[in-house]
Design a protein around this ligand. Structure first.
Ligand code: UN1
Length: 501
């Protein structure tokens, strides 16, 4: 099951799936065109938004546990489709099979989470200062939610948003990356099948718009959309957020990361090497949580770096569909150019680069496979402070723990972070107020591969949004404070007297 038509058949998508349209879809595995899709235009985006507005009007009144039932059925459908959808993620985004499957599992997990949540959209009762008054806080559906997603998690990020938005009573308009429309179309088709058998699900409850940044901007401008949830680069967030803010909309941003690991003298180095390998090389360095900076104590460096080089040397690079492959292709040639440019800058800043070369170019002239790069840096130069979406790991050393924390926090991004230590004090300091300044701080595991149960996102240029678990659902609802007077008097708050004579 590796060609598009095989996968499409398994997903029940029909023989015409992705066979026509203005946009050519390329597989990063070979660089070949594997399908064609049609872009939306401004008019079709407007029509789908109008349908989402109409759908919201009905959906918000369906009881939340019943909304959860729709998401439960979506989760069931995803379970059946896991292998085929995972294969499509592999084909379109270039992830290895295990990671394609893992991405679909992440979708299933958030559906399960959302089903439980659909019976737990708890508000508060609040003690009123006035006699005969009751106060409460209620969470109510918000409206249509625009979801903008990136190529690297082409389906999971939609599900983090959509599963929550649906149980919260919202409708969803999804703009996936223009590099990965096929996985989006497949998921949309799965959703539509589930919704078709669910009488309360209005038409247009979840819709998909395909196209480039102009379409994202159109959604960002639309004042009928109270929440725009955007995952991608900091550059994209900088473009979207001001447009949403100008109309007082809400944005939920999950942008670039520049995630580090501190390796202390007491660290279990064997465990650390395995964690580094998954976090820095996995997904070809194209996760927002990818490990990009290693901050190693000077006494450990000479043991860790050679062990890491040896492990890097054993990584099997190639077709992500083949058993044993750990490192598949970069998404495209521009990614490769960005990687090469970053490595040049690192060399200019005094870095020593191991790896980072293009490989397999004779077999795949239009696909971009690289060896993972380890770059030993004398200092945290500007290039280290920039997120390059590729398997580059910058290695720096420290002597004092405070210096490690300062280096760690000395970048503009604040998504994920980790420390390897057996020292309780270091672990606690890392996760305390003056420790890691990131949204995610892990001890003795790498920074990537988060579970859906926690709130996912980060600070500073990462954008501040939280998606997925914990109470991230609150972003998809509006909060209402109600005071009900069940007395015959009209006492005013703060004891104010306001009477006529
Ligand atoms: C992303 O790269 O945008 O924690 C999301 C992780 C995954 C999600 C990554 N669960 O690496």
């Amino acid at each position: 099951m590796s060609s598009l038509s095989d996968i499409a058949a398994k997903l029940g998508l029909g023989p015409d799936f992705a066979t026509a349209g203005n946009r050519a879809v390329v597989s990063p595995i070979t660089g070949e065109v594997i399908g064609r899709v049609a872009d939306d235009d401004a008019a079709s985006v407007a029509a789908k938004t109008a349908a989402a507005v109409a759908a919201f009007a009905g959906w918000r009144e369906v009881p939340a546990p019943r909304r959860g039932e729709l998401v439960r059925r979506l989760g069931e459908r995803l379970r059946e489709a896991k292998e085929a959808l995972g294969a499509l993620v592999t084909l379109e985004a270039g992830k290895i099979v295990q990671e394609g499957l893992g991405e679909v599992q992440e979708m299933i997990d958030i559906c399960d989470f959302a089903v439980g949540l659909s019976r737990q959209l708890y508000g508060l009762t609040i003690a009123s200062e006035r006699p005969g008054h009751a106060m409460r806080e209620t969470w109510l559906p918000l409206g249509p939610v625009a979801v903008i997603t990136a190529f690297n998690f082409p389906v999971a990020v939609w599900s983090w948003n959509a599963a929550l938005a649906l149980v919260c009573g919202d409708s969803v308009v999804w703009k996936p990356s223009e590099k990965t429309p096929l996985t989006a179309l497949a998921v949309q088709a799965l959703f539509e099948k589930v919704a078709a058998d669910f009488p309360e699900a209005p038409k247009g409850l979840c819709s998909l718009v395909i196209g480039d940044a102009a379409i994202g901007a159109q959604l960002a401008r639309d004042e009928r959309i109270p929440l725009v949830s955007a995952t991608g680069s900091t550059r994209m967030g900088r473009a979207v957020a001001p447009i949403v803010a100008e109309r007082f909309g809400r944005s939920l941003l999950e942008l670039g990361g520049n995630n580090a690991m501190i390796v202390t003298p007491s660290a279990d180095l064997e465990l650390a090497v395995r964690a580094i390998l998954f976090a820095a090389v996995g997904t070809a360095g194209q996760r927002c949580t990818t490990l990009r900076r290693l901050i190693v104590h000077k006494d450990v460096r000479d043991r860790l770096v050679p062990a890491l080089k040896a492990a890097y040397g054993k990584v099997k690079i190639g077709d992500p569909r083949e058993a044993g492959t750990l490192l598949g292709p970069l998404i495209d040639g521009r990614s490769f150019e960005a990687m090469a440019a970053a490595l040049d800058k690192a060399r200019t800043a005094g870095g020593t680069v191991t790896g980072g070369e293009r490989v397999l170019a004779d077999r795949y002239k239009d696909a971009f496979y690289v060896t993972p790069a380890l770059v030993e840096m004398p200092a945290q130069a500007d290039v280290v402070k920039t997120e390059t979406f590729a398997p580059i790991l910058y290695v720096m050393t420290y002597e004092k723990f405070e210096d490690a924390i300062a280096l760690h926090n000395g970048v503009p991004q604040g998504l994920s972070s980790s420390i390897f230590t057996m020292n309780l004090k270091e672990a606690e300091r890392f996760t305390a107020a003056a420790g890691s300044d990131c949204g995610i701080a892990n001890v003795n595991i790498g920074p990537s591969g988060a579970e859906i149960g926690g709130a996912f996102g980060g600070e500073k240029e990462t954008g501040g949004g939280r998606e997925s678990g914990s109470d991230a659902w609150k972003a998809y609802m509006r909060r209402q404070t109600s005071t009900v007077n069940y007395s015959d008097a009209l006492p005013l708050a703060q004891g104010v007297v306001f009477d006529i004579g």
